[in-house]
Design a protein around this ligand. Structure first.
Ligand SMILES: NC(=O)c1ccc[n+]([C@@H]2O[C@H](COP(=O)([O-])OP(=O)(O)OC[C@H]3O[C@@H](n4cnc5c(N)ncnc54)[C@H](O)[C@@H]3O)[C@@H](O)[C@H]2O)c1
Length: 325
């Protein structure tokens, strides 16, 4: 039998704290060599882009593949979203697909979770910290949630080029997180924060890296093509650079590839992978002055670990529809 889980089912069982735990374990297995993470396969049909993201996490007993499509004309032509994602979860003992679930909310939560784990290991540990979020879309919501799970946050600044998007974010997230959220009038105002997340659709730098305070931690999650970046050369130079995957950073992330091409940094500027910090193979932050930066490109291990978590919780709660395919 195959369990089918729609978006509401996924939302009802998926919590950020649990997701951060499994995502942390997935990064640990990646660093320890017990996870299999092939490169993403991309296919370009005439009207869009189709991405296949498989992974196997051995100790977790999690095997799955996420299928994500990006079809720009979907809303206009088919009344469907631009981005559609679904995950096929398999039983690693038999190979059978045991669950098909919606992947949209899963993707946002697992992306937040990676930043949450990076914040847990890299941000300063003092109480009453301020969060700063660039962008107020789907991902930004989960970034703030994750940062609040990882650290004691007293308030947050958010900045978006769309006032309407920022207002909606504040209305929704201040209630959900029981947190004071302030709409920043300029990118500079967000730089007052101790922990910053960049989650925008911008292809060019969104703030001046010279103005970032000593001791800040940054999670950069947007812009993952070689020619697009949210972060300027200055902030990359000033930061201790940690990536989800070295390979992904040097093949997809303009944030580091552009300064490298400019000759502003060398490859050795890449300090460590997140898994190496979690497992203690490499030390993370060493004082309260340095700026730490986590670049997230999004790895299939995050999807697979989260899908297994959702499936286990759904079975426990008795939700979803079972079909005999
Ligand atoms: N790293 C990962 O694993 C991962 C996963 C999913 C999505 N993403 C990326 O995250 C980013 C955000 O995705 P989303 O789904 O939330 O998109 P979204 O369209 O819902 O939100 C993006 C927001 O950014 C705002 N924005 C654009 N330029 C800005 C600027 N210069 N300053 C401030 N705000 C600006 C837009 O107005 C919009 O509100 C995208 O780049 C997406 O590709 C990364």
């Amino acid at each position: 039998m195959t369990l089918i889980l729609n978006k509401n089912d996924v939302v009802s069982v998926l919590d950020m704290k649990d997701c951060m735990n499994v995502v942390e374990n997935a990064f640990k297995e990646l660093a320890n060599g017990t996870a299999v993470l092939p490169l993403r396969t991309n296919i370009k049909p005439p009207d869009g882009l189709s991405l296949y993201m498989p992974a196997y996490i051995k100790e977790m007993k999690a095997l799955a593949c996420k299928v994500v499509t990006v079809y720009k004309d979907n809303p206009k032509n088919h009344n469907l979203p631009v981005v559609i994602g679904k995950v096929l979860l398999q039983d690693p003992d038999t190979g059978d697909v045991i669950c098909i679930m919606d992947g949209g909310y899963l993707t946002a939560v697992r992306t937040g979770a990676a930043s949450g784990v990076a914040t847990k290991y890299l941000a300063r540990e003092d109480k009453n910290q301020i969060a700063g979020i660039f962008g107020t879309g789907v991902q930004a919501r989960m970034q703030l949630w994750a940062v609040q799970v990882a650290r004691d946050i007293s308030k947050a600044y958010v900045y978006d080029i769309s006032d309407e998007a920022a207002d909606k974010f504040i209305e929704e997230m201040s209630k959900k997180l029981n947190l004071e959220i302030i709409k920043a009038d300029s990118p500079e105002e967000v730089l007052k924060a101790d922990i910053i997340c960049t989650a925008t659709s911008s292809a060019t730098p969104i703030f001046d890296g010279k103005q970032v305070k000593a001791g800040t931690h940054i999670n950069g999650i947007g812009s993952h093509t070689p020619n697009a970046r949210e972060l300027d050369t200055e902030i990359i130079k000033r930061s201790k650079f940690i990536g989800d995957s070295k390979e992904a950073c040097f093949s997809e992330a303009g944030d580091i590839m552009i300064p490298l091409k400019e000759g502003a940094i060398t490859e050795s500027h890449f300090y460590a992978e997140l898994g190496e910090i979690i497992t203690g193979k490499i030390k993370g932050r060493i004082n309260n002055k340095e700026i730490t930066l986590f670049k997230s490109n999004g790895l299939a291990i995050q999807d697979v670990a989260t899908a297994k978590l959702i499936y286990d919780k759904a079975i426990e709660a008795g939700i979803g529809v079972e079909v005999n395919i």
